[in-house]
Design a protein around this ligand. Structure first.
Ligand code: ADP
Ligand code: MG
Length: 249
């Protein structure tokens, strides 16, 4: 390729924002010449690296935007310690199929059983699959929505929370919602219903959700929506923290 043409090509790649291709152009041209590659193979190799870099950047961006409190991947979860948990099912969930099918996932059980860890791990997998994910505690979500309403930007906040490919609401029920908070959370869940899934971790059985949301008829309507076709995982095993503490003593 002559210098003039190369300069034009680089200009074009620049305006198309294909920076990895620009970076690799020289070495790929050399490689193609050396190995006598056809144009087809040359172009495929050159675009391949760009696609990989973009995928990786996208994954990193989604991980950042998800706002996980701690990055706890599934690989660090000890399935042996969670007696009765169907590890195969968690692996299946890690494929992200439930997101496409818009099926909710609910982790229910005592503190320390790894609910947040599992939800984070699955959320990180979702980010890998290109799913826009957001992790938030029930309490923080309610507060954020109340604040947004006060600032008259509720519409925008609802739209944002309705739009995530996967919304993870952690620790639902640790703190009961105010009436206003409950209504706003209800609104988000109603918006997402059958369109986009939520993953919920909670220490409360469904029978106790009225204590979280206050109003019994609203809770019934909410439960009806949230549990519809949901995967419910009962975390009945011992607390991992407690086990660790007992072992180290
Ligand atoms: P929960 O949300 O159910 O209260 P967490 O997910 O916060 O529990 O777990 C408590 C701590 O124990 C975390 O540091 C978590 O990473 C760890 N943990 C819990 N279960 C496991 C497990 N099976 N394997 C590895 N670490 C675990
Ligand atoms: Mg937790």
């Amino acid at each position: 390729m002559n210098a003039g043409m190369k300069a034009l090509l680089i200009e074009n790649l620049k305006s198309l924002k294909l920076s990895t291709m620009i970076r690799n152009l020289q070495s790929h041209l050399r490689q193609a010449k050396q190995d006598k590659l056809g144009y087809d193979e040359f172009l495929l190799n050159l675009t391949e690296a760009e696609v990989q870099v973009r995928k990786e950047n996208g994954r990193k961006r989604r991980l950042r935007d998800a706002k996980f409190p701690l990055l706890k991947p599934l690989e660090t979860f000890d399935f042996e310690a969670a007696t009765g948990l169907d590890a195969r099912f968690i692996k299946e969930l890690s494929s992200g199929q439930y997101v496409n099918k818009s099926r909710n996932v609910i982790f229910m059980g005592k503190s320390g059983t790894g609910k947040t860890h599992l939800a984070t791990g699955l959320g990180m997998e979702a980010c890998k699959h290109g799913i826009r994910t957001r992790f938030v505690t029930g309490c923080a979500l309610a507060n954020e929505l109340i604040e947004a309403r006060d600032e008259k930007i509720l519409g925008r906040a609802v739209k944002r929370y309705a739009g995530y490919g996967l919304l993870i609401i952690d620790e639902l029920g640790y703190v009961p919602f105010s009436k206003e908070g409950a209504q706003l959370i209800f609104q988000i869940l109603a918006e997402r219903h059958e369109r986009k899934p939520v993953m919920i971790t909670t220490n409360m059985g469904f029978g106790d959700w009225t204590q979280i949301f206050g109003d019994p008829s609203m809770t019934a309507a909410l439960l009806d929506r949230v549990t519809h076709k949901a995967h419910v995982i009962n975390c009945t095993w011992e607390s991992y923290r407690l086990k660790e503490t007992l072992r180290s003593n």
